[in-house]
Design a protein around this ligand. Structure first.
Ligand code: HEM
Ligand SMILES: *[C@@H]1O[C@H](CO)[C@@H](O)[C@H](O)[C@H]1NC(C)=O
Ligand SMILES: *[C@@H]1O[C@H](CO)[C@@H](O)[C@H](O)[C@H]1NC(C)=O
Ligand SMILES: *[C@@H]1O[C@H](CO)[C@@H](O)[C@H](O)[C@H]1NC(C)=O
Ligand SMILES: *[C@@H]1O[C@H](CO)[C@@H](O)[C@H](O)[C@H]1NC(C)=O
Length: 322
């Protein structure tokens, strides 16, 4: 007969609490089939149109999804505006590339007239993130839906996003905290196949890197020189920076080829190749784009399951709680 000591009992309780809090609301590929069959079409049309007017939109929406899911789970907390009493995530420090909120607003307005009070803002971001990847030449996958929107967004919580200075240990930990593994870390880092970074996110690698090396030794020296020219000191151009891969508006496996060539822009990109735990995954994606696409899609579905809440709401306006 099992008799639990107080210590064992509290461990068991802790385990139960963790299981409950990790268990996610059931998401469903057919969630809106009856209530809003045109939802995905409306979102896709909006995202496509916006991307034609502004080529930065796809990258911004993909990063928005990552940011949303990593802070409080995929609950559209990233979309809430600050109020006089609360500074929201979007006004927190790593927000330089958090833009394109208007695209989500446009989709929401159309959805509210087509099927009022039905499609959550968290689902809109998730579907839009899939659409920008597909329309940029990447894979298509079925998005699971049924997320609810949260009511809390705090600038102070953006501190728990991984930083571009992280090593593989801290990256793996950051992803593991959200139930994601090393394969997800490497596959999702392939999001850097799209988009741009400001100098501030990588310039520490270019000058005075350490007491012994002026430049990060894991970076190709010619590439380092290119980046130094793009980010002169002093820098008067606040918009200066570098595209994250040489085909920054096409979603492909070029990012991994660049990392192999020691041309990853962030330290957190390059370390994936230096560490035995992730190096083989980088190599396999660099060698096989089909494999990368399949694993990226699978990891995006997993990312979309992070911290999904049941007791939320369907916001009427993605910027404010109901
Ligand atoms: C692994 C940890 C990650 C770190 C440390 C990281 C860090 C960063 C940083 C510092 C920037 C540049 C911000 C700027 O200066 O403008 C950036 C851009 C970007 N990130 Fe990540 N990121 C990570 C993972 C991801 C993931 C998982 C995705 C999506 C699947 C993603 C998608 C993007 C995109 C698309 C951009 C470009 C945004 C734009 O062009 O506006 N990142 N990331
Ligand atoms: C297309 O996008 C442009 C720029 O964002 C916007 O002004 C216009 O209203 C959009 N058209 C449609 C049909 O959504
Ligand atoms: C980013 O956050 C800063 C405060 O950390 C805020 O002043 C700024 O308005 C924010 N930028 C955007 C584009 O939201
Ligand atoms: C990774 O970074 C953390 C935090 O900065 C540090 O404590 C740790 O020693 C580093 N690990 C490796 C293997 O460099
Ligand atoms: C590099 O660091 C040294 C000492 O910390 C400092 O005197 C020098 O100005 C720095 N150089 C640059 C280019 O930041």
């Amino acid at each position: 007969m099992a008799v639990f000591s107080p210590a064992k009992l509290s461990l068991l309780l802790l385990f139960l609490v963790m299981t409950v809090s990790l268990s996610k609301a059931a998401l469903d590929a057919h969630y809106y089939d009856q209530t809003c069959p045109q939802a995905e079409k409306i979102i896709q049309d909006t995202v496509r149109n916006a991307s034609m007017f502004d080529t930065k939109v796809p990258a911004r929406i993909l990063r928005m999804f990552f940011h949303d899911c990593f802070i409080r789970g995929c609950d559209a907390s990233v979309l809430l505006d600050s109020t006089p009493r609360n500074q929201a995530e979007k006004d927190g420090p790593p927000n330089v590339s958090l833009r394109a909120f208007y695209v989500i607003d446009d989709a929401k307005t159309k959805l509210e007239s087509a099927c009022p009070k039905t499609v959550s803002c968290a689902d809109i971001i998730t579907i839009a993130a899939r659409d920008v990847v597909t329309m940029s030449g990447g894979p298509f996958w079925n998005v699971l839906k049924g997320r609810k929107d949260g009511r809390i967004s705090k600038a102070s919580e953006t501190i728990s996003l991984p930083a571009p200075t992280f090593n593989v240990s801290t990256l793996v930990q950051s992803f593991a905290n959200r139930g994601l593994g090393a394969k997800d870390l490497v596959a999702l880092s392939g999001g850097h196949s799209l988009g741009f970074s400001h100098c501030s996110s990588f310039e520490a690698r270019l000058r005075n890197f350490s007491s012994v090396h002026d430049v990060d030794t894991s970076m190709d020296p010619v590439f380092a020189e290119t980046l130094r020219k793009k980010c002169p000191k002093p820098n008067t151009d606040r918009n200066a920076g570098q595209f994250l891969d040489s085909t920054a508006s096409t979603f492909d496996n070029n990012y991994y080829k660049q990392v192999l060539a020691r041309k990853g822009v962030f330290g957190s990109d390059q370390v994936l190749y230096s560490d035995y735990r992730t190096r083989w995954i980088v190599e396999s994606f660099a060698n096989d784009q089909t494999l990368f696409f399949r694993e990226f899609a699978a990891s995006m579905v997993k990312l979309g399951n992070v911290g999904v809440i049941e007791n939320g709401e369907v916001r009427l306006n993605c910027r404010v709680v109901n």
